[in-house]
Ligand binder design. Structure first.
Ligand SMILES: Nc1ncnc2c1ncn2[C@@H]1O[C@H](COP(=O)(O)OP(=O)(O)OP(=O)(O)O)[C@@H](O)[C@H]1O
Length: 212
């Protein structure tokens, strides 16, 4: 199927007999064109879901697919792009270089940097190195990098955590815009501003999806 699909996914951390299960048989799908918010208390497993969807880790059980392929083997940010909670930027490189990193190994057409800078209010610091920007600015740089290849699946982990209301609105508008051009968007968040723009809300509690 198109978009993101997790079927019967269980996962844990730790080796051997010390392994602790943190996700229990999660099944969810995010279709192209929709924004799905993943809510849940701290420690409920949201980041773990994001990492599995991104292909950073393989599940202990079950399957994870992006457009019918394993994200772990695809390693292609036009297929699945990620905005990690810790941003994962290269501090010594410039803002534009960071945003364009996924394009260097891709033949997919890139969204022009100037457009992303405008949409996410990066202009005032676009000439600096990332190490010379604030946390909120870095978060928006990471969102721009996630959007640059118009990915089939976009996974974001708490992407408004460091934003004021006006900038959070820019970020949420960018997510809606990505969905409008066909991305399947999964966004982990505690933020009511994200919940407000989501087409659907999923709730995670102690590694299990709650059903309304
Ligand atoms: N690398 C790891 N090794 C061991 N345990 C981990 C590891 N990463 C996460 N955990 C544990 O797995 C559980 C789920 O963590 P996860 O980061 O997915 O939760 P979360 O819902 O994203 O939390 P938060 O909202 O605080 O970011 C937590 O109990 C956490 O302590």
């Amino acid at each position: 199927m198109s978009g993101l699909s997790l079927r019967g996914v269980s996962h844990g951390y730790g080796a051997g007999s010390r392994r602790v299960a943190v996700l229990h048989a999660i099944t969810l799908a995010v279709e192209p064109g929709e924004v799905v918010a993943l809510l849940g208390p701290s420690g409920s497993g949201k980041t773990t879901v994001c990492h599995l969807a991104a292909g950073f880790e393989e599940p202990d059980a079950g399957t994870v697919e992006v457009d019918g392929r394993s994200p772990a083997t695809a390693a292609d940010w036009s297929l699945v792009a990620v905005v990690p909670q810790q941003h994962g930027l290269v501090e010594g490189l410039g803002v534009e270089e960071n945003v364009l990193l996924p394009t260097y190994r891709s033949t997919t057409a890139a969204v022009p940097f100037a457009r992303l800078a405008d949409e996410l209010d990066l202009g005032a610091f676009a000439h600096r190195r990332v190490g010379e920007t604030s946390l909120g600015e870095q978060q928006r740089i990471a969102v721009a990098r996630g959007l640059v290849l118009s990915p089939r699946v976009l996974v974001l982990d708490e992407p408004t955590g460091h934003q004021d209301d006006d900038r959070a609105e820019l970020v949420t508008a960018a997510l809606v815009g990505a969905a409008r051009v066909g991305s399947a968007v999964l966004v982990s968040s505690h933020d009511s501003r994200v919940r407000a723009i989501a087409d659907r809300v999923l709730r995670l509690d102690e590694g299990r999806l709650l059903h309304d």
